[in-house]
Design a binder for this molecule. Structure first.
Ligand SMILES: [Cu+2]
Length: 318
């Protein structure tokens, strides 16, 4: 779901209230202007080829018209100031979300994917994943926003407004999801070729379910238990993959691409571009640059048996 019109958190619903107010005021003003134009047209002096228009009223003083024009000007000024006030009040309300006991996440925008680092939570250590956030329903979340290359914008319309991610200038955004569901986030600042393919998921879970998920993400990957998966892991280590990707629990410690420790647990790969299944994963590994032109990840040609073994191993990274 991706819509600013169905808020799932207190921040987004405040923004929606402001939007409704602005819409209502603008509609009323628009209708009033149309009405005034219509009245003016009906009352305007008529003319045809034979009789010239009587425009003498232009030079006559018209105190009544003056009075109404002055009133309308004053009223629209007041309405505009009213909207400014509503704007400021909304902004203040947005910044007042209580964030004691918040979950802290650091989100970094790369061309064209998202890295999420969960900070240590109480005694539990942090962990890293990509393109997918899980948050507990009802608990505030503070996301620190960073950009690694160009300007990106963090935007999950169901939960909050937009916030720019500017290299060298860290910002934070706070929100709270009040309904369990899956919300789609999207980069909202043009950031290069694949800007449109830079999405992520925010999955709001009941707290218990969230803790189960987080406990799993904290763990390292499990060692492969059969020959094919073992061969797949060796393929991963002997190809370039490990230079760019980290799989906790193995020697792969690369930091250029997404952390793949639990890649099989994610709904999508390549920042919302492809559903996460064996076929798409194979296509992505063999030829990422057809699916996402401009991506840093290079194509990898593998003998079929190696590719199948690699896929089998990656499917164990739950
Ligand atoms: Cu972007």
């Amino acid at each position: 779901m991706q819509s600013a019109l169905s808020p799932a958190g207190i921040q987004a619903s405040r923004i929606l209230d402001l939007w409704h107010l602005t819409l209502a005021v603008c509609c009323v003003v628009f209708a009033a202007i149309l009405l005034a134009c219509l009245i003016a047209m009906i009352r305007a002096p008529r003319a045809n080829r034979a009789t010239p228009a009587d425009l003498s009223f232009v030079n006559r003083p018209q105190p009544r018209v003056r009075f109404w024009v002055a009133c309308a000007t004053a009223l629209s000024t007041m309405l505009l100031f009213g909207l400014v006030l509503a704007d400021v009040l909304t902004d203040r309300a947005l910044s007042r979300l209580p964030v004691d006991d918040a979950l802290h996440i650091e989100m970094t925008g790369y061309q064209w994917w998202w890295q999420a680092r969960y900070m240590p939570d109480g005694d539990a250590p942090g962990f890293t994943l990509a393109n997918e956030l899980h948050v507990p329903v009802g608990r505030p979340v503070v996301v620190s926003l960073k950009a690694a290359d160009v300007i990106h914008t963090f935007w999950v319309p169901n939960l909050h407004g937009k916030k720019d991610m500017i290299p060298g200038r860290d910002a934070t955004i706070e929100f709270r999801a009040d309904k369990a569901d899956v919300y789609r986030g999207q980069c909202a600042e043009f950031c290069g070729y694949e800007h449109a393919l830079m999405a992520f998921q925010v999955i709001a879970d009941p707290p218990v379910q969230y803790e189960t998920w987080a406990a799993r993400q904290r763990q390292a990957s499990v060692a492969p238990s059969d020959d094919i998966a073992m061969r797949g892991r060796d393929v991963f280590m002997s190809q370039d993959c490990a230079r760019c990707h980290t799989v906790r629990g193995t020697d792969a410690q690369g930091a250029i691409g997404p952390d793949l420790t639990h890649v099989a647990s994610r709904q999508f790969i390549a920042a919302g571009t492809l559903a996460n299944n064996r076929g798409n994963l194979a296509g992505w590994i063999v030829d990422p640059r057809t699916l996402k032109p401009g991506t840093v990840m290079p194509p990898t040609r593998l003998p079929p048996a190696d590719l199948q073994a690699l896929l089998t191993w990656m499917e164990t990274l739950k």
